[in-house]
Design a protein around this ligand. Structure first.
Ligand code: BES
Ligand code: ZN
Ligand code: ZN
Length: 488
């Protein structure tokens, strides 16, 4: 996977070198072209190598140095973690596409204000996220092209560098786990299959896991999740996973992920154009499982609780209907005004269950509303909080991870809307007005005083086109940010 060496050897026939705009400061520990004694400067002047941001140049020379790739990194002083990540992703993708399975990078060429730990982590992460291939059911499928081994030329600092690369790999692994799950169609990834996947993951990492079955939910009074499941032939599952990195079960961080394996909208049915893609309505669950995968690989000294309420949202003679009044695990009653606002119902019982397991802070992640897509598009995840400090911490991490979040208001006016009902304590769909906030506010009514950040990823969990860090389709968004919070 990764190895570190202090100098270039004759086996290094595919080299990747970073190039900043400030040529004078450029550190490159390999010759550009040993056969012709050309300097990097001459190549840049002749235009054969570009130092423009994210431009990849290739120089061929006779063996032993067969090819050298130069990736433009822009102005050194403007380098950010995410600009570095994207440039590398672009380079790795192009090199993988050309069929090279082993590459060598010149670590000194990345020397900048980012630390060895930061650079190493991003390199490891970008390598495995950018070249990831989604599962496919095509009968004639080409073997995907992958970079299987990364050699790093670095003098000294081997141990922290290797550790950083492996941390990056663990983060990428989480992202790819999430992407994989989101891509699977709902006839294959049923709630039961999602639970099986979680069990395997738990076994691999020696997590404690419990799957709450329908009968358990009935006993616990999880009427909100059960209502969503009512019209389904697939049994609901509540996945509960615990990773205990501290001596005692205290100071628990809980991740609650929306695990709707398919959302037809129920009797408040979606239009036929709104339904394709709803296999991805378990993107929150996927992000949580991805983060748990990363956590399992890195085993930090923290306590983590993952809760995933899972069902599909179907139509049948016994499905729930608008006007139904249901009772949640918290005891709060809910007037159902829209069966398509099902995610918040599932999350309500998920959050209440997390609190019963001593959650000290809660992050919920969900493909919750079309409203967030209208508001923020696919560029930022919508967020709400009852605890500014917790939000600020998470925001910094999300920024560094290249998964930015944007805070939406959550005040008494909004909170009042979800309490409007002539017949029950709450309603699940007040108005179309600010409905992205209504989704969060509904979940917040169950969170109550526990420090909490709500993450609505309906706009960010799918990418409409291929990008520097992955293919078109599931992004695995928030897996890195959740894991990053725990690792910070
Ligand atoms: N799963 C959808 C939200 C969604 C929309 C996810 C687009 C991904 C892409 C959610 O359950 C839903 O249907 N929300 C409704 C809420 C409304 C009925 C209050 C919506 O956003 O329209
Ligand atoms: Zn819905
Ligand atoms: Zn949904």
């Amino acid at each position: 996977m990764f190895s570190i060496q202090n100098k270039e050897t004759e086996n290094d026939n595919t080299l990747l070198i970073g190039l900043f705009k400030e040529e004078a400061e450029q550190k490159v520990s390999t010759d550009v072209d040993s056969s012709r004694k050309e300097t990097l400067d001459m190549y840049i002047k002749s235009g054969d190598i570009s130092n423009r941001y994210k431009t990849l140049s290739k120089v061929l020379s006779p063996p032993p140095n067969k090819r050298k790739y130069f990736i433009g990194l822009g102005e050194k002083k403007e380098l950010t973690k995410h600009s570095f990540r994207k440039a590398l992703g672009h380079a790795f993708q192009s090199i993988a596409k050309e069929g090279h399975e082993e590459i060598t990078i010149d670590f000194a060429s990345f020397t900048s204000h980012l630390s060895i730990e930061e650079l190493g982590e991003i390199i490891g992460e970008a390598l495995y996220t950018s070249t990831y291939h989604l599962p496919s059911f095509k009968t004639k499928r080409q073997e995907p092209k992958m970079i299987r081994h990364l050699h790093v030329i670095s003098e000294g600092k081997e141990e922290p560098l290797l550790k950083a690369l492996e941390k990056g790999y663990a983060l990428a692994q989480g992202v790819n786990t999430a992407r994989h799950l989101v891509h699977l169609p709902a006839n294959i990834l049923t709630p039961s299959e999602l639970a099986e996947f979680a069990k395997t993951l738990a076994e691999d990492h020696e997590f404690e896991i419990e799957i709450l079955e329908k009968a358990d939910m009935e006993k616990l009074g999880m009427g909100a999740l059960l209502a969503v499941n009512q019209g389904s032939v697939e049994p609901p599952k509540m996945i509960v996973m615990k990773y205990q990195g501290l001596e005692n079960w205290e100071d628990v961080t809980a991740f609650v992920g929306k695990g709707i394996t398919y959302d037809t909208g129920g009797y408040s049915i979606k239009p036929k154009t709104g339904m394709p893609g709803m296999k991805g309505d378990m993107g929150g669950a996927a992000a949580v499982l991805g983060a748990m995968d990363t956590i399992g690989l890195l085993k930090p000294k923290k306590n983590i609780l993952a809760v995933i309420p899972s069902t599909d949202n179907m139509i049948a003679g016994d499905a729930f209907k608008p006007d139904d009044v249901i009772s949640s695990m918290s005891g709060k009653t809910i007037e159902v005004l829209n069966t398509d606002a099902e995610g918040r119902l599932a999350l309500a019982d998920g959050v209440t269950y997390a609190k019963s397991q001593k959650a000290g802070r809660i992050f919920d992640v969900a493909t919750l509303t079309g409203g967030v897509v209208t508001a923020l598009g696919s560029w930022m995840t919508g967020a709400m909080t009852n605890h500014q400090e917790l939000f600020n911490d998470l925001q910094q991490i999300s920024e560094d991870m290249g998964e930015p979040i944007w805070q939406l208001p959550y005040n008494e006016d909004y909170k009042a809307q979800v309490r409007k009902s002539d017949i029950a304590d709450l309603n699940n769909s007040p108005t179309r007005k600010a409905h992205v906030i209504m989704g969060g506010a509904f979940v917040g009514a169950f969170v109550e005083e526990t420090p909490w950040v709500h993450l609505d990823i309906a706009g960010t969990s799918i990418s409409e086109s291929p990008h520097d860090l992955g293919p078109k389709g599931p992004t695995g968004v928030m897996s890195k940010t959740l894991a990053g919070y725990v690792l910070s």
